[in-house]
Design a protein around this ligand. Structure first.
Ligand code: SF4
Ligand code: SF4
Length: 259
């Protein structure tokens, strides 16, 4: 799921499930009276793909971005670390990227900012591995976008907001959360959680781990994949999820070389 949480408490209509062809009315932009109001006093979860897009946009390393713009929290529920955008305390907890003209990282804004006013839930069918999804509306009281008359299908909104790649990475990440909740016999210690953070949120260090630690001597990895891991950040992130399924949850998704 992908909705930003605000102090004002969004009304999430889970009963009214929306499929890709269902419609809703909404518009946002400098013309709405609430323009940028939603960019403050919110808890904004950053996925690994969000961090990758933002840090490249800002010309930062992963470490620089995480140090400057995020905090990590450990929730008791699923037990895996969560990275949150660090809001600016001096301006009343506004997002560091908002100005009166709007979002300064718009083309690379996080998935939660893109998908609003929708939320998405997806599940994986264990029999064939396919993902099933549905959408729902998230109505925040201060949001006047719902008073606008522009009509969208969910499919149009997802395409217009460039959500496809974000959804793909959310589904990959969700596999780790599902494994964490299903494999209750597995306890993750501090080192496992550090591996989780490094692999997903610090691509530069994960790349070093793959190419400079003897990793490729230990595991059989397809040669074309090895080539793409050297310089394709999204391929590396996708591989990081595969690595964590193997390393943390003992899923047979990597083959160890015989000696
Ligand atoms: S219409 Fe809603 S999403 Fe757009 S600026 Fe206003 S509060 Fe934010
Ligand atoms: S990243 Fe952009 S859209 Fe998202 S909360 Fe910050 S300013 Fe608003």
């Amino acid at each position: 799921m992908n909705e930003p949480m605000s102090d004002r408490g969004p009304a999430i209509d889970l009963e009214a499930r929306l499929s890709l062809n269902d419609t809703f009315r909404f518009a946002c932009g400098p013309h709405v009276p609430c323009f940028t109001e939603c960019c403050g006093k919110l808890e904004l979860l950053l996925t690994p793909y969000d961090v990758l897009r933002l840090r490249r946009r800002l010309g930062m390393t992963s470490e620089e971005f995480l140090d400057r713009h995020s905090i990590t929290r450990h929730r008791t529920g699923h037990g895996l670390p969560e990275v949150m955008m660090l809001m600016d305390r001096e301006s009343g907890r506004k997002c560091p990227f908002v100005t009166s003209q709007g979002c300064t990282v718009y083309e690379d804004r996080p998935g939660a900012c893109r998908i609003y006013p929708l939320g998405r839930a997806s599940t994986r069918d264990r029999s064939d591995g396919s993902h099933r999804e549905f959408y729902f509306t998230v109505r925040e009281q201060h949001c006047k976008g719902f008073l606008e008359t522009t009509q969208w299908t969910v499919r149009e909104w997802i395409a217009d907001q460039g959500m496809e790649e974000y959804n793909r990475f959310n589904d990959l990440l969700m596999e780790l959360y599902v494994l964490k909740s299903r494999r209750k016999e597995i306890t993750l210690g501090t080192q496992h959680l550090q591996m989780f953070m490094m692999s997903l949120y610090n691509g530069e260090r994960f790349r070093e781990f793959v190419f400079k630690s003897g990793f490729l001597k230990k595991f059989k990895i397809e040669p074309e994949l090895v080539a793409s891991l050297e310089n394709d950040d999204t391929a590396l992130l996708e591989f990081a999820v595969r690595w964590l399924r193997f390393a943390l949850f003992r899923e047979p998704v990597l083959e160890v070389r015989s000696r």
